[in-house]
Design a protein around this ligand. Structure first.
Ligand code: IMP
Length: 438
């Protein structure tokens, strides 16, 4: 059974791209199955840094097939810019990239709606989206009447569809902006998007059949989650979430593969917590410590460059998302960022209205009132970014990892101490990436 999945267990930005890159082998298929250009994956290899958004990290490896499935929402100009950027740096992008004809397309009206919705939110209630039109595009997908999929762009009737949707959106935009905004021009949009469609044509196919064929033939497929499980639209900190199922439960529906093929799920966590955008964050450190983590961890959004909110590790949240996502083992990232601290706190429970709670609250109002209950562990105050063997980590760093695994209830299998591919070690020294990957 050949499916290996990499899922973020926090609020995104857990460095999943590095783990996917590390575990990818020749002839693998690497799949992006939800989200869109709201995601940013950084992969550092051979001294070069690549920032990927929609294209799976596997694109940097020869002999790897990359697939973007129908669960994704895609913005053609930004996808084409990503392809062009890779090609300009000598990366091959051709038959090694397949994009689903079922993927929903982000149009200019989605970007406009994202801006208008966020701009009109009551004080303190904005979601803080990436403004990439993700929510409005998924809203149209579920609403169906105004949705346009990639496959529609190659069919008769595309122009009529754009005209009809534009007419509808223009009514909305006029009402929301008191007529101050110029209307969308369907002729111009249609022409522009037909150009994008032609350029994307060589990549477009039915990825559901492609993946089912591959899995039935026992080929190994890596499913690369975007965002993190706490941003899952159904199971995250709603409404401060993204619009797709970013936890492990979204893999099957986003990719169009039965769950029985998902053989192993690796949950990726940072050694501390970060969050971009609005919403409760019980362990947030809006102080010097938070600033220290932000500076040391370079905690600025890959896509929007917004400073990320930083705080201690929240094990209540991670335990919940590890169970929800069916995680087998953990990859703990950015451990080196904690190196200078004399002591390190881990949130092991919450106190809500005077009651101790160790189950992650289902309602955001309860999470807002949650006071973290901390356990304090000794720091190691020694640089570890050059360590390559788990036995060479300071005893307190090993103690910290062991405690995280214990509280979350899953073994720590991979440890990362820097952005480079080789700044990685396996908890079981005898195991190599190939074995971890199954
Ligand atoms: P949207 O996905 O642009 O609608 O944004 C919804 C929420 O998810 C906001 O809080 C964003 O900051 C957050 N978000 C979306 N994508 C990412 C990501 O890749 N990493 C971290 N946060 C994200």
């Amino acid at each position: 059974m050949p499916g290996l999945c990499v899922i973020g267990l926090q609020w995104g930005d857990e460095a999943k791209g590095k783990i996917v890159d590390l575990l990818t082998r020749p002839n693998d298929i690497v799949v992006r199955y939800q989200g869109g250009a709201n995601a940013g994956h950084t992969v550092v290899t051979g001294g070069q840094t690549y920032k990927l958004s929609l294209i799976p990290s596997g694109i940097l490896r020869p002999d790897v097939q990359c697939v973007v499935t129908g669960g994704v929402v895609l913005n053609p100009p930004s996808l084409l810019a990503e392809i062009d950027g890779l090609v300009a740096r000598g990366v091959t992008v051709g038959k090694n990239l397949t994009i689903s004809d079922r993927a929903h397309v982000i149009f200019p009206w989605h970007l406009e709606e994202d801006r208008l919705t966020e701009g009109r939110a009551a004080a303190g209630e904005a979601i803080g989206t990436t403004m990439r039109g993700i929510g409005p595009c998924y809203r149209d997908k579920v609403g169906r009447a105004s949705a346009i999929r990639l496959g529609d762009m190659y069919r008769d009737g595309f122009r009529q569809k754009v005209e009809r949707v534009c007419a509808h959106k223009n009514v909305l935009i006029r009402a929301l902006t008191d007529g101050t905004q110029p209307p969308l021009d369907p002729v111009q949009i249609c022409e522009e998007y037909r150009g994008y469609a032609e350029r994307l044509r060589p990549y477009v196919a039915d990825t559901t059949s492609l993946l089912l064929d591959a899995l039935e033939a026992n080929r190994r497929v890596l499913f690369e989650g975007a965002q993190g499980a706490l941003l899952d639209v159904d199971h995250g900190t709603f409404p401060y979430v993204t619009s797709s199922n970013s936890s492990g439960v979204g893999i099957a529906s986003g990719a169009g593969v039965p769950g029985r093929y998902l053989q192993k799920i690796i949950g990726v966590v940072k050694a501390y917590s970060t969050r971009v955008g609005g919403g409760p964050f019980p362990t947030e450190q809006d102080n010097d410590l938070g600033q220290h983590l932000r500076t040391r961890g370079n905690e600025y959004g890959t896509v929007t460059r917004r400073p990320r909110r930083c705080g201690w590790f929240d094990a209540v949240a991670a335990r919940y998302t590890a169970r929800l996502s069916g995680v087998d083992s953990l990859a703990v990232m950015l451990l080196d960022v904690l190196s200078e601290l004399p002591e390190i706190k881990v949130c092991t429970a919450y106190e809500i209205d005077g009651r101790r709670v160790d189950v992650f609250p289902s309602h955001v109002d309860d999470l807002r009132r949650a006071q973290p209950v901390y356990e304090t562990l000794p720091g190691w105050q020694q640089e570890i970014s050059a360590v390559r063997d788990v036995d060479d980590l300071p005893a307190n760093a090993r103690g910290y990892l062991a405690r995280l695994g214990e509280i979350i209830g899953r073994p720590v299998e991979i440890i990362s101490v820097g952005p480079d591919r080789d700044q990685t070690m396996f908890a079981d020294r005898s195991r190599r990436a190939a074995e971890v990957a199954g």
